[in-house]
Ligand binder design. Structure first.
Ligand code: SAM
Ligand code: SF4
Length: 372
């Protein structure tokens, strides 16, 4: 019998405070709600029990998984192991905020088999950190990464934001330089998105804070890519850079449309060509009978998804896979492809289309040209 391999995402919607730029499904909740939440989460995991499914990666994200008592993380890992067949070499990631990490928590995570930790650093400039409502300092962030290394973590990521108000390339480069000095294996650099309704967007709209132009952000991004490359971090996706063999398997799985379960508030699953989504409303999640919203992706939607996800990676689009979905990109978008190849935005070789190394800053515009 061939065993099916899937991934698991667990959403922890709890944070100690809300950063000014963030509109993720996360908030500050009481301990009572947390207790109820984890009972429901375990119920959801049990409901999907299947010991014949191999789990190749687990990603505990949020919100801030490090903000909650480690007993909850223990119960989740135990619950997953009891209900699925977690592979021995599975990648298990936890997201952490420098404000809430302690040595005790790190040692518990390590004992549970968590082998990758992803820190929200955002910046190592105290002024930038303050402007976006982060509660930690540069020093705290550096010390927690050092602590994680001391506790035996050898697969560490740091998230960095490009385009923080008052940031310039010098400050950004200094952040990256300090992270490189820490010899971490992975760095994610996200362009700051000014989401509607967040405190930061309100401050910008009321002209209290000045936004950094998109042009400048693209320049910072391109310079950062070169700087990281020079120091041995290769870009394998638009926002992700790693040392050799330290790419995040879980994220690669998403981009290759691998099947996954998503458990918890607002989580999505992708199984058998269907997308299942959980509610974003905490009370509804706690009270309902765990009924998911199910949506079968049409082959057009699968095609769009494949183009969007694959073009963000350095592996590009496998045109044969697209053809299997019934879409002949070369035939349908001949003019656009000729233009993009001629102007060195993309390469087209051996049934594969990739974005050129220096054009990742305009990935979204290229994707728009190639979508059906
Ligand atoms: C769940 S958080 C990481 C862990 C922890 N909650 C923390 O922030 O320290 C995931 C990451 O998403 C990124 N992020 C959140 N809001 C964003 C936005 N508006 N634009 C770009 N990136 C954002 C941040 O880099 C953040 O570290
Ligand atoms: S960035 Fe992280 S810590 Fe800040 S509010 Fe969002 S999830 Fe919470």
């Amino acid at each position: 019998m061939t065993m099916i391999s899937r991934m698991i995402y667990i959403h922890i919607p709890f944070c100690d405070s809300k950063c000014y730029y963030c509109n993720f499904c996360s908030s500050v909740y009481s301990e009572k709600i947390k207790e109820k939440y984890f009972l429901k989460l375990l119920e959801e995991i049990k409901l999907n029990k299947n010991k014949e499914i191999n789990i190749s990666s687990i990603y505990i994200g949020g919100g801030t998984p490090s903000s909650i008592n480690e007993k909850y993380i223990k119960s989740i890992i135990k619950g997953i192991n009891q209900n699925f067949n977690v592979l021995k070499n599975a990648e298990i990631t936890i997201e952490a905020n420098p404000c809430s990490i302690t040595e005790k928590k790190l040692l518990v995570y390590k004992n549970l088999g968590i082998n990758r930790i992803s820190f929200g650093v955002q910046s190592l400039n105290n002024k930038c950190l303050k402007i976006i409502g982060r509660k930690h300092t540069k020093k705290q962030a550096i010390n927690t990464i050092k602590l994680a290394k001391k506790c035996g973590f050898d697969n560490i990521n740091a998230d960095v934001l490009i385009g923080i108000p008052k940031q310039n390339y010098f400050k950004l480069k200094n952040t990256i330089k300090n992270l490189i000095k820490l010899k971490i294996q992975h760095i994610s650099c996200y362009m700051l998105i000014n989401e509607k309704g967040t405190k930061l967007t309100n401050l910008i709209e009321n002209k209290k804070v000045k936004v950094i132009s998109e042009e400048k952000c693209v320049t910072y991004y391109n310079k950062t890519c070169k700087y990281l490359k020079k120091h041995g971090y290769s870009r394998y996706e638009i926002s992700n850079f790693s040392k050799d063999n330290f790419m995040c398997k879980h994220n690669i799985g998403y981009w290759q449309l691998k099947e996954y379960y998503g458990f918890g508030l607002s989580a999505h699953s992708y199984i058998d060509g269907c997308r299942y989504s959980n509610t974003c409303d905490m009370q509804e999640y706690l009270n309902n009978k765990l009924e998911y919203k199910k949506e079968k992706l049409s082959s057009l939607e699968q095609t769009e998804e494949m183009i969007m996800l694959a073009l963000r990676t350095v592996y590009g689009i496998d045109l044969k896979k697209l053809k299997n979905l019934g879409y002949d990109l070369i035939k349908e978008k001949k003019q656009e492809i000729d233009f993009l190849v001629k102007n060195k935005f993309i390469t087209y070789k051996n049934d594969n289309i990739k974005i050129c190394e220096d054009k990742f800053g305009v990935t979204n515009q290229i994707i728009l040209k190639l979508l059906p």
